[in-house]
Design a protein around this ligand. Structure first.
Ligand code: MD3
Ligand code: FE
Length: 221
């Protein structure tokens, strides 16, 4: 029997039971963890982007990043010619970054708890938007004051290949494919490992269109 109200996505994105993959000593991928939250998450994303639209930022070296960024929460990550840092204000509007939607916080805390990081309180959510061809070069995340807190990342839309390296730039990387609905949690000994996103391939995602959106929850201060 067909349901009276057809579910537009049911035939394309079956909700699989979430699975957990360990990719490092203290790093896990939770496949499909976001899917039950998605329809509550997207209105929160729209609200954040209405106040702080995606924009491409310039690195201290003078290169324009291929991913476009926004942020919400008390602290937002920014970069310009003078360096990388967290700010309370969106440099584009001069206003405070928009508040972190309650459902973002709940999702990040639920995911962190699942990976053994109970009590995670992110004060920053960086939102990266990748069009086809956009990438994130190999780097470490070390602008946060508290290295004890994990980082929780949420992948939406087009898939990506994530490179997970070691503690030296030259260390060999493992490749991890990240799909719509996946959450990754990095903490403890893995917190300072090098990582990158390979250029996003062309494609159309049924819900998000021709883009990949990544949320990165951090405790910045
Ligand atoms: C692994 N973003 O914003 S997930 C970043 O998909 C960033 O947009 C990527 O790297 C993205 O800095 C990768 C986030 C991530 C963040 C911090 C990490 C992965 C990490 C710290 C240690 C190891
Ligand atoms: Fe990073």
């Amino acid at each position: 029997m067909r349901p009276a109200t057809p579910d537009l996505f049911a035939d394309h994105e079956p909700v699989q039971p979430p699975t957990r993959e360990q990719i490092g000593e203290q790093s896990w991928v939770l496949r499909g963890f976001v899917l039950p939250w998605l329809e509550r998450l997207l209105p929160g994303l729209d609200a954040v982007l209405a106040a702080a639209p995606f924009r491409q930022m310039v690195t201290p070296g003078g290169f324009t990043m291929s991913a476009a960024l926004s942020s919400c929460g008390t602290w937002g990550w920014t970069t310009d010619r003078s360096g990388y840092r967290y700010t309370r204000q969106d440099p584009l509007s001069g206003k405070l970054w928009p508040p972190m939607p309650e459902v973002f916080l709940q999702l990040a805390q639920a995911a962190a708890q699942e990976a053994g990081f109970a009590g995670f309180v992110p004060d920053s959510c960086l939102i990266n938007r990748y069009a086809p061809g956009a990438k994130m070069s190999l780097h470490q995340d070390k602008n946060e004051t508290s290295m004890a807190a994990p980082i929780v990342s949420v992948s939406l839309g087009l898939p990506a290949v994530f490179l997970f390296g070691g503690f030296e730039r030259s260390d060999k990387c493992q490749r991890v494919s990240l799909f719509h609905g996946d959450v990754v949690i990095w903490g403890g000994v893995d917190r300072l490992r090098y990582h990158a996103i390979l250029p996003i391939q062309h494609g159309q995602h049924l819900r998000l269109g021709e883009q990949r959106i990544n949320f990165t929850f951090r405790t910045a201060r």
